[in-house]
Design a protein around this ligand. Structure first.
Ligand code: CDP
Length: 232
């Protein structure tokens, strides 16, 4: 069987990473969370005070990009790869609402995107990869054999993310999470460099009314069909 490249794009909190992780496991592929990479750069920018509620020193961050080393290490216990910033595990720190509130602004910076896209393409060079994000089917892997575009209503997505954050023990309100989901959708879809759009050859999946199991079964079937077509 041929190994293919699977690109999963879509709006925030559509469950892309949950399905992508499971799919990669079922196929024996690697999974790459491209959003985690933008979140790591954001965490670095916050730690070095390049960004805060009132200002953003874009030039300062760009000058420091060569000091940001991002890596993934598989955690056998958790069953997925955790992300590291300059050798420190930052998996938990990058998922806070605070990081979410700055990440879309960081992701508008072309120099940041160029650097991360290069690394992402490198990770997928041997195929057998499932990558999720905003520009995977359009920019990172325009030739991916399978492209999915996931969407759901903003309220459904905010509720899912709110539950996740509460589960982690974060103190957040549903209103703040909904506001963040909507703000990021707007910034991600309207930025100049690589805006979030559906690739022409992507399959759109609205999962507002699908549970995780139904969604996985549906996507797994699409994947198997595509792999057998490509292998003919
Ligand atoms: O919250 P969610 O898991 O949906 O988002 P994420 O995948 O962690 O991505 C966080 C943010 O990074 C997005 O809102 C985008 O601003 C940015 N991003 C991007 O610009 N391009 C990507 N390929 C992935 C993420």
């Amino acid at each position: 069987m041929e190994r293919i490249t699977i690109a999963i794009d879509g709006f925030s909190s559509t469950g892309k990473s949950t399905v992508a992780k499971r799919l990669a496991k079922a196929l024996g592929y690697i999974y790459v969370d491209s959003g985690a990479m933008y979140r790591v750069v954001t965490l670095y920018a916050m730690q070095h005070n390049f960004i805060n509620k009132s200002s953003f020193d874009e030039d300062g961050l760009v000058a420091d990009l060569n000091k940001i080393h991002i890596s993934f290490q598989f955690n056998d216990h958790l069953g997925f790869a955790e992300v590291y910033l300059n050798g420190t595990n930052v998996e938990k720190q990058i998922r806070t609402l605070e990081v979410s509130q700055f990440v879309s602004q960081i992701a508008t910076v072309s120099e940041v995107r160029q650097q991360l896209v290069k690394q992402q393409q490198q990770m997928g060079v041997d195929k057998g990869v499932v990558m999720d994000g905003r520009d995977i089917g359009t920019v990172v892997f325009p030739n991916a054999e399978l492209k999915l575009f996931m969407t759901a209503s903003a309220e459904t997505r905010a509720q899912r993310r709110y539950d996740e954050l509460l589960e982690r023990g974060d103190e957040v309100t549903y209103e703040d999470v909904l506001n963040n989901v909507q703000t990021r959708d707007r910034i991600d879809s309207t930025r100049e460099d690589s805006p979030l759009t559906m690739a022409k050859d992507a399959i759109k999946i609205d999962n507002s009314n699908m549970d995780l199991e139904q969604q996985f079964e549906y996507i797994y079937q699409l994947t198997r069909d595509r792999i057998s077509q490509v292998s003919k």
